[in-house]
Design a protein around this ligand. Structure first.
Ligand SMILES: *Cc1c(COP(=O)(O)O)cnc(C)c1O
Length: 365
């Protein structure tokens, strides 16, 4: 079986042992070291580490002081954490449809979702490619919206040279399968000194100095054990990303010209970090997407469906008046057609060949 993802944190052994032996295992100097290194690779002045990517999103919304009834516009085609974070922060979620070339929120559809209550625009940089920040940044400015980037899948991605997470408040996930991991973890990036300060206070029970509470806070802290897992990966982020890019290039070269298979695109001005290599099985393919997935699994090619439905299309959100359901035909079609193939850095040339040959065989090409 060629797995869809491989977790390799062996390089962290020494550093993790150092933390364990020190006995200081909760948030401490290793978290600070991780934050400084992350700020460096993310090209921002401040990185605030938290316990996961979902809390990164929640905390970012909380420091924006949203009131009940305030609205956040996001993508309908994302991991459920994006929506759950909006609800956790007490806000209302609205959706603008996606594009089918980058699978991200369509900037041309955002204005129609703006209401007098809209406070935040939250694009998701899906699969490792940023949304169209060239249009979204001025849109947010024009409507007076804060910008929170769900950059969970896009560490190291850029738009016209600027890193994901540097346009607004950036929220990253360090979950086991993300491009960089601490097992569980998250990071918030910002260029705003005040927001960084408020996030640090919020993360630690609203406390700057011991037992001096400034706000009703929370425990969003990362541990030094987790930080130690991530530090060596940050040091090799460039290599990790280059390996993913080389694998994506090999897949694109090998999978060209197949009827019913739409390959992922890297749009001009963007660098893609290939968290996922996601193809569409279009309606003229000889098999359905689900049949294709089953055949690949049967033949030993790991694959994933991210995501099988639009994010709000579940009973648990249906009668929630804070989830404003809208017509999103592109997201619905992509959810029916999308399938991700292995692109992780541990793939060998032989495995890439096997993936290509098998995909061709299943699609009769
Ligand atoms: C992984 C992910 C998150 C949540 O991160 P966790 O660390 O799992 O809490 C949020 N949004 C997107 C798009 C993700 O892929």
């Amino acid at each position: 079986m060629i797995p869809i993802t491989v977790v390799d944190v062996a390089a962290a052994e020494e550093l993790v042992l150092q933390v364990l032996r020190s006995g200081a295992i909760a948030q401490g100097p290793m978290v600070k070291r991780f934050e400084d290194a992350f700020a460096g690779v993310a090209g921002v002045p401040h990185a605030v580490a938290v316990n996961n990517g979902t809390t990164a999103l929640v905390a970012s919304l909380q420091v924006l002081d949203l009131q009940p009834g305030d609205e956040v516009i996001t993508s309908p085609f994302t991991f459920v954490a994006t929506l759950n974070a909006i609800l956790e922060a007490g806000a209302t979620a609205r959706f603008a449809d996606i594009r089918d070339d980058d699978f991200n929120i369509d900037a041309d559809k955002v204005a129609a979702a703006v209401t007098p209550n809209t406070k935040v625009l939250m694009p998701v940089h899906l699969y490792g490619q940023t949304a169209d920040m060239g249009k979204l940044v001025p849109l947010a400015q024009e409507h007076g919206l804060a910008l929170v980037e769900d950059s969970a899948q896009a560490v190291g991605a850029t738009f016209e040279g600027r890193p994901a997470g540097s346009f607004g408040i950036g929220c990253f996930s360090l979950y086991a399968t993300k491009n960089i991991t601490t097992a569980e973890g998250g990071v918030i990036t910002t260029s705003d000194d005040t927001i960084a300060d408020r996030l640090r206070v919020l993360r630690n029970q609203g406390m700057r100095q011991r037992y001096q509470y400034e706000v009703a806070g929370h425990n969003y802290r990362m541990t030094d054990i987790h930080a130690a897992i991530g530090i060596p990966q940050l040091e090799s982020l460039e290599e990790i990303t280059k390996a993913r890019q080389a694998n994506a290039e090999a897949l694109t070269k090998g999978l060209g010209g197949i009827k019913g298979l739409q390959l992922p695109q890297v749009l001009p001005g963007r660098t893609h970090v290939w968290h996922q290599y996601t193809v569409l099985i279009t309606d003229d393919a000889p098999v359905s997407r689900d049949e294709f997935a089953a055949k690949l699994t049967e033949k030993g090619i790991g694959n994933g469906i991210y995501y099988p439905k639009t994010v709000f299309d579940y009973d648990c959100y249906r009668d929630n008046d804070k989830v404003v359901i809208s017509d999103v035909p592109v997201a619905e079609r992509v959810a029916r057609q999308a399938l991700s193939l292995p692109v992780h850095p541990k793939l060998t040339d032989a495995q890439l060949d096997t993936i290509i040959t098998t995909v061709r065989e299943v699609l009769g090409a």
